[in-house]
Write a protein that binds this ligand. Structure first.
Ligand code: HEC
Ligand code: HEC
Length: 228
């Protein structure tokens, strides 16, 4: 433990200085007050934690400020706080598999481990940190004919939840528009293989897609980043 901060010391002071108050009452009150502060110190709230510092371990894989340089790792900068926390919960609950990957220091981990190692308070601080960033779509080559078809499919089957073409944090979902193609393709694959759970209302729409629809949807989301 660190040395107690000054406010803890001043709380104890009245016991010796205020002689008019009955000793027992003062000390109970003082002990209560310092107990509360000790609990507050032991479990810092999200606001007290340094989200940027905690997120540096995530940036190892997700890129500086959550903008990924690696096409198989999603950018998460600019996702809403709720979306980040909700997505992390899906790993915690085992509704989604994590791919084993090397960190910068050579040790291996995956998102299921990462999501279970972080406390709720730390996660909230990290989520707030990424929610404060701006989503910057990745420019990737795309097939514009397929993207147009994808837009039409999206409008009918996906736009109810993934509003504005899946481009804005206000949907409180993962942002799709301008995400890396490799990553998006891997998630479509995970939905197909049932290694990632879908919410029932998405599943019923998803199950009605042809393979060509799925390819077209990926092209549509990728097209939001523009040609490089
Ligand atoms: C070892 C690399 C690695 C580390 C460290 C890591 N991630 Fe991930 N993260 C990934 C990969 C790879 C995926 C996507 C594929 C998968 O599910 O394995 C992912 C997916 C995610 C997703 C889901 C995004 C989406 O669009 O669905 C979120 C949110 C996320 N990570 C947040 C975090 C946070 C927060 C931290 C730090 C506490 C973190 N990650 C640390 C590699 C990593
Ligand atoms: C009823 C609402 C709803 C509908 C309709 C819906 N989705 Fe989703 N979608 C979700 C939720 C909830 C998630 C899981 C949380 C998340 O990924 O943000 C999700 C996740 C996803 C993901 C994973 C994103 C990531 O990076 O983690 C993709 C890709 C996706 N949806 C595509 C689609 C497509 C394509 C359609 C239309 C065929 C569709 N969704 C229809 C609600 C919906």
């Amino acid at each position: 433990m660190m040395n107690p901060p000054h406010h803890l010391l001043t709380l104890r002071a009245p016991r010796h200085t205020v002689s008019t108050t009955p000793d027992s009452r003062t000390s109970v009150a003082a002990r209560r007050a310092s107990l509360c502060i000790c609990i507050a110190l032991a479990v810092p709230t999200a606001a007290q934690l340094d989200g940027a510092d905690l997120a540096s371990a995530c940036d190892d894989c997700h890129g500086t400020g959550g903008r990924s340089e690696k096409p198989d790792i999603p950018s998460i900068a600019g996702f809403s706080e709720f979306a980040i926390m909700d997505l992390m919960q899906t790993y915690r609950d085992g509704l989604r598999e994590g791919r084993r990957m090397e960190r910068a220091d050579g040790t291996e981990t995956d998102m299921v481990e990462v999501s279970r190692a972080i406390t709720d308070e730390e996660l909230e601080a990290v989520a707030l940190h990424y929610a404060g960033k701006t989503w910057m779509p990745h420019a990737q080559p795309f097939d514009s004919r397929r993207a147009q078809r994808g837009e039409a499919v999206h409008r009918v089957k996906c736009a109810k939840c993934h509003i504005e073409g899946g481009s804005i944090p206000e949907a409180d979902l993962a942002i799709l528009a301008g995400q890396w193609r490799d990553y998006l393709t891997s998630q479509f694959q995970a939905f197909d293989d049932k290694t990632r759970r879908m919410v029932p209302k998405m599943e019923s729409k998803y199950e009605s897609l042809s393979d060509a629809d799925k390819q077209a949807l990926v092209e549509f989301y990728v097209s939001a980043g523009g040609q490089p």
